[in-house]
Design a protein around this ligand. Structure first.
Ligand code: 3PG
Ligand code: CO
Length: 554
């Protein structure tokens, strides 16, 4: 059994309220015109930086520091918040799927055996994000899965693609469809009837999260399961090229489409006896489709037809809900998170964000676990996000409302830890709209100010950090760092980055001798949990990544 009791910190007191602020998508990069954080007026974050090196420093937020396969992998919110909350580095979904494919174990597991039962008489459907972004899925993993399924008896395969443009450059969907079509042609040469059956842009079709807008999932259902969409094409390449030619179209928001035969009939609806795999490894944007595919009783939208299928996720997406019940690869077992420890040690916790990031400071923070550890000790507040818009038209999002909730929670003195995620720099950064992203960064800075003011009033402590980079670099660069041009224009970077993120500590409750240590130069997000535990007056468990702070006698 786990011993939950934490040792007292030898020098730091208990009972100081601690605000933990995560700026989503706020990295540190050289100042220039594509650095929206630099361009924006951000007096609060600027003043925190003046505290370097004792009270402000950078931490790693990408690659192996957060459990991703390589240091070429940009950071993302899932792995970032996992590391922040869990205090240790776990091999993440991307890596676990790589290993299972490389060893072939993926094809021997329970999940693959389950879908294989449909290969003889049914169709195998693969639904997921088509790109090499490595945040939710990866093209090479899809390719290996297709090949492996073909070799193991799948006779008929249909792929339902979701175009990206968010973790990769806008417009790259065309190249990914070409690559996939090549692979499917090779499978056909080997006698497997393999085709793309439907598609749509990830933000408009299927990949909603945290139940922000079920219509997104319904659009996908109609195309993938029912084989219905108002856009019909004879090939996916034609679909993506034509749909992209519409004014303002982009990969993230392509409308749903189906591929039809010469009689205008969908080539791949999902029917009784078929197998379905959702090929994303990352959970947040798969939970909703997993529910719609798996739950017999379901009332989020009218499914019209509910086929009896063998369904497996690439991973298990929710360990509490055991969703889905079949999966190809076991997820990382992120146990003994800092949130669970702190609750066991009397730390009353408040967490808040708006819908699009709510699960980040709760579900991801708590090791991909939904709900409270102890409802008597915790309160999680979700502020509804605006629905049906792209956030460049509303770049302030709900930052002010989140800050107000945090302020009120701090001033109520009912909580020892008040934790928020401020989504602006990430969500607006993903739209690629530079002007709007500048507004977004200022809004986040304003929100930080409100929370720090409340901490000032109650004599508390603050920890301000971020989960990964995004808004600090909005342009695709060559190896030497120069912006890449295409047809004379710079290529806008909608994705996250490889940059480190800041962490700042302070507040009237911070003991005078506390400062950042010099001996963890490679510190990353996983070092933050021990740091926060110390600020609550506890030693971290011995297997946590080391704390970033030390206490010197003045
Ligand atoms: C998304 O899901 O919106 C992006 O792929 C990654 O963004 P996040 O990791 O910041 O959520
Ligand atoms: Co993001």
């Amino acid at each position: 059994a786990v011993s939950w009791k934490l040792l007292d910190h030898p020098k730091l007191p208990k009972g100081k309220p601690v605000a933990v602020i995560v700026l989503d998508g706020w990295g540190e990069a050289n100042p220039n015109e594509y650095n929206c954080i630099h361009t924006a007026e951000t007096p609060v974050m600027d003043s925190l930086k003046q505290g370097a090196p004792d009270k402000w420093r950078l931490v790693k937020a990408h690659g192996t520091a957060v459990g991703l396969p390589s240091d070429d992998d940009m950071g993302n919110s899932e792995v970032g918040h996992n590391a922040l909350g869990a205090g240790r580095i776990f091999a993440q979904g991307a890596k676990l799927v790589d290993l299972a494919l490389a060893s072939g174990k993926i094809f021997e597991g329970e999940g693959f055996k389950y879908i294989k039962e449909s290969f003889e008489t049914g169709t195998l459907h693969l639904i997921g994000l088509l790109s090499d972004g490595g945040v939710h899925s990866r093209l090479d993993q899809l390719q290996l899965l297709l090949k492996g399924a073909g070799e193991r008896g799948a006779k008929r395969i249909r792929v339902h693609i979701l175009t990206d443009g968010r973790d990769v450059l806008d417009g790259s969907s065309i190249g990914f469809v070409e690559t996939l079509e090549n692979d499917l042609a090779k499978l056909r040469e080997k006698g497997v009837d393999a085709r793309i059956a439907s598609g749509g842009g990830r933000m408009y079709v299927t990949m909603d999260r945290y139940e922000n807008d079920w219509n997104v999932v319904k659009r996908g259902w109609d195309a993938q399961v029912l084989g219905e969409a108002s856009h019909k094409f004879s090939s996916a390449l034609e679909a993506v090229k034509k749909l992209r030619a519409e004014p303002k179209a982009n990969d993230q928001y392509l409308p749903p489409f189906v591929i039809v035969d010469e009689n205008g009939k969908s080539v791949g609806p999902i029917v009784d006896g078929d197998a379905v795999v959702t090929l994303n490894f990352r959970a947040d944007r798969m939970v909703m489709i997993a529910k719609s595919l798996e739950y017999e009783n379901f009332d989020k939208f009218d499914r019209v037809r509910y086929p009896k299928i063998h369904y497996a996720g690439m991973l298990e997406y929710d360990g509490e809900l055991k969703l889905p019940s079949h999966y190809l690869v076991s997820p990382p077992e992120i146990d003994r998170t800092s949130g669970e420890y702190l609750v066991h040690n009397g730390v009353r916790t408040f967490a808040c964000s708006e819908t699009v990031k709510f699960g980040h400071v709760t579900f991801f923070w708590n090791g991909n676990r939904s709900g409270y550890f102890n409802p008597q000790m915790e309160e999680y507040i979700e502020i509804p996000s605006d629905v049906g818009i792209t956030f460049n038209v509303q770049p302030k999002m709900k930052a002010l409302q989140i800050a107000e909730k945090a302020r009120d929670a701090i001033l109520s003195r009912k909580f020892d830890q008040v934790r928020v995620n401020l989504p602006n720099s990430d969500m607006v950064g993903h739209t690629g709209d530079i002007e709007a992203t500048v507004v977004a960064c200022k809004a986040a800075d304003d929100a930080v100010k409100m929370i720090l003011d409340a901490i000032e009033q109650v004599g508390g402590i603050y920890v301000v950090t971020a989960d990964h980079g995004n808004a600090e670099d909005m342009v695709k660069r060559d190896k030497s760092g120069k912006p890449l041009l295409k047809n004379g224009n710079v290529q806008i970077l909608t994705s996250h980055t490889l940059e480190p993120v800041p962490i700042a500590i302070g507040g009237p409750g911070l003991s005078p001798g506390v400062r950042f240590r010099k001996d963890v130069p490679n510190g990353g997000l996983a070092n933050v949990a021990a740091t926060v535990m110390n600020l609550h007056g506890f030693e971290a468990p011995s297997d946590y990544e080391p704390t970033l702070i030390e206490v010197v006698d003045n």
